[in-house]
Structure formats: C-alpha cells, structure tokens
Write a protein of this length. Structure first.
Lengths: 235, 184
C-alpha cells in the first residue's frame, strides 16, 4: 500500500499551480499595442553631441580671435602701413605746398614697413632723436613697451642712406580723430594726415622726414573740432 | 538576450519591436496569474490586456529598484482586484472566525489531476473566496493587508479563505471517491 501524504489544501494547490503559464491569444498583442502611449523620447545622447559641437565651435572662435589679436600685435607695421597710406592720400588731396612728395611717401611707406619699431620714450617732454643705426633696438622696444607714457616722440628709423623720422602722438584720450596736421609760421598746412590710425601701442605715427627745420603748430581735428596740440621746433 | 533594463529602455524609445518582446517575455506568466483570479478565460484576457496597458502606461516610472516581473505582477493583481470589485463582489461579513482544518491526502487519484483541472477548480470558486484565496495562498498577503485592500474585516478574510479551502477540499474528495467507487 502506498504512503499518502497529508497536505493542507491551500499548500497543495499552490505547489501544483504556482508556476502555471499559458500563452494568451495572438490577437491580444494587437489590441494592447494600439493602446501603448507614445513616450517622450529622451535625447540625452543628442544633447551630448550638441554640447560637444557647441564647445568645439566656441573653442574655434576663441582661437580665431586670439590668432587675429596676436597677429595684430606681432605685425604693427601693417597699421603703420595704413597710417602712411593715409598720409600719402592726404598729400595727394591737398593743393598746398608740402615738403613730402608722393615719391617720398612711397619711400617712407617702404621704409616704415621694413623698419617700423615701437616708439622709444626719451624724455617726459617732446624730444628729437636722430640715429643712423638700430643699435640695441630690441632692448629699446622692450623699454618702450614698459614705459610708454609720454604723449609724443620722434624716432629715426632705417639706415643712414634712407632715414625716416616719425613723429608720434599718444592716441590715448583722443577719440574719432579725423585729421592731424602741421602748420608753419605762415599758417600753411605742411603735413596733413587724414583719418590716422593708432599703431599697436596706441600712438599716431606721422612721418616728418622731409619736414624743413622751423617751428610748427600741431593741430588735431576730432569730431569736427580743431584742437591745438603743441608747438614743435625742428632743427 | 536583452536584459530587462535594455528592453525597457528600448520600449521607452517607442521601439515597437522591443515592446512586443517585452510583452512576449511576460505574457504567459501573467496570463497564468490572471486565469487564477478570473472565473472565465475571457475575463482573464480582459485583465491581462488592461494590465499590460497599465504596465506600458507606467513603464517610465519603473526605477529598477526591484524585480521587473514582480512590478508587473503587482499591477496585474491590482487590475484583477479592480475587475472583480467592478462586477459586484459581495462579502458576507462574519463575526466568528472559522478555523477548520482543511487537509487532504495526496493519493494517486489526486496526483493524476492535471494543472488545468486544478486551475478550473480555483476558477469555480465564488469571486470573493477566489480573490482571498489567491491573495493569501499564492501572493503571500496577510489577512490584515487583504482586509485593508478589500475593505473588509480581518476575520472575514480569514473565514473566506477557510471556506475557499473547504470548497476545494470537497471537490478533491469527490474526485477521490469517484475514482475509488467499486466497479459493478
């Protein structure tokens, strides 16, 4: 005779049927699928890509700006070139006698491009310096950068055969300058610089190589107002 | 094979193939549960359908802090309770606890019963008794919890459970006696 096991009815049913599984009808999925809501798609991956692209773009822009900035600092001759061009234009436009000819202006242009250097401060007041050689020019440049606080200086550039004398005016505090000109004793404009552009160090550079010795008044015109700047005497 | 997390993530990205896979992974097991709670197969299908719609509707809320299958199962049970309640489940409140022992001897006749036969017996229980029997015996709820869920007293839950077992015991006994009837 077999041994029967006495079991609680509840336990018996649970043990026998707890893992019961049955496949629902195939049509069930179709009706469920129709009622599944559309979830808002999280685009965290796309966002990451967007941020990456934005970051790279920003970096490129910043690098571009820095590149342009440093190019301007490292090649101040470009601005001097523009300044001299303005001078040349001014000379072309004026019918009054000038000491600088177009040919001279071209020569100045070339010389400036070759030999332009930052302005060297000599004294607190206006001074004139004539030197044939660029001895210790780099040292002077450094000094100039560190101590350029004066309003204007004269610096001679180039070698002995091709001298260029630059008259500099500190552009700090001068806004919208449309013209700088030198006036002789006869109240004639002898040098006119239209729309001058300051160099990388903030100075207007005016070529006075061909200016005859004498006393000149320097005038600055800004926003339509003529302003006396200084009287200079050149030997 | 995709993990639960992978498949849920794909479902939430409106991937219909993943949603179908998700359904197929759990449908058979959940339908088995629904059949236990329902009186008829078509009721079980209704519960299953409503349950999966609720599962998909709340899938984004699942945080993987527990078993996905357990979470789906709880939803199915809640749907089953709502379904049975909706069709006018009536509980006879009892003041005295019935603690009758309901044991059976698992003889050959009973052992030969198929799972489908046993499932049919459960389905044939009255709604209230079937519900309490499922919640207590299969799902492991305490009578206090069942009482709170169904809005009945703990004593009623215990009594209904005992009565359900009594009915099942009687059915099994009938089968047993029938199989041992002398052949004339």
């Amino acid at each position: 005779m077999s041994q029967f096991i006495k079991t609680d009815v509840g336990d018996f049913f649970v043990n026998r049927t707890k893992n019961f599984e049955k496949s629902p009808p195939d049509s069930m999925w179709e009706s469920i699928e129709r009622q599944i809501p559309k979830y808002p798609v999280t685009d965290s991956g796309n966002s990451l890509i967007k941020y990456l692209i934005a970051g790279i773009s920003l970096s490129v822009i910043v690098m571009g700006i820095l590149l342009i900035y440093y190019q301007n600092i490292s090649t101040p001759g470009e601005k001097s070139k523009q300044s001299v061009s303005n001078t040349t234009d001014a000379l072309q436009n004026t019918g009054k006698p000038v000491n600088v000819t177009l040919n001279t202006a071209t020569a100045i242009n070339k010389t400036v491009l070759k030999n332009i250097v930052p302005v060297k401060k000599e004294t607190e007041n206006t001074s004139f310096k004539s030197s044939a050689a660029n001895t210790n020019q780099n040292e002077k440049n450094t000094d100039n950068i560190n101590s350029a606080k004066n309003n204007e200086d004269f610096v001679q550039h180039g070698n002995t055969s091709n001298k260029t004398i630059i008259y500099s005016i500190n552009a700090t505090g001068l806004k919208d300058v449309t013209e700088i000109y030198f006036e002789n004793n006869k109240e004639e404009k002898v040098i006119i610089v239209k729309n001058p552009v300051p160099n990388a160090f903030g100075f207007f550079e005016i070529d006075i190589s061909k200016l005859a010795g004498g006393t000149y008044k320097v005038w600055i015109v800004s926003q339509g107002n003529k302003k006396f700047h200084k009287t200079e005497t050149f030997k | 094979m995709q993990t639960d997390k992978e498949i849920v993530t794909a479902c939430l990205q409106n991937n219909s193939e993943a949603q179908h896979k998700f359904y197929k992974r759990f449908a058979s097991k959940m339908f088995g549960i629904c059949l236990r709670f329902a009186q008829k197969n078509n009721q079980a299908e209704d519960i299953l359908q409503e349950g999966f719609i609720r599962v998909f509707g709340n899938l984004a809320k699942f945080r993987f802090q527990g078993s996905l299958e357990g979470w789906i199962k709880r939803i199915m049970i809640n749907v089953a309770i709502d379904y049975i309640k909706k069709f006018g489940m009536h509980f006879e409140e009892l003041n005295e606890e019935i603690t009758e022992q309901c044991d059976i001897f698992e003889d050959e006749a009973i052992s030969r019963l198929s799972v489908e036969d046993l499932m049919k017996m459960i389905q044939n229980l009255p709604d209230n008794k079937r519900l309490i029997f499922n919640l207590y015996a299969y799902e492991g709820y305490h009578h206090k919890e069942i009482a709170e869920m169904l809005g009945i007293s703990v004593m009623t839950s215990k009594s209904q459970y005992c009565k359900a077992k009594k009915i099942l015991q009687e059915q099994l006994t009938k089968i047993k006696n029938k199989s041992y009837e002398p052949v004339h």
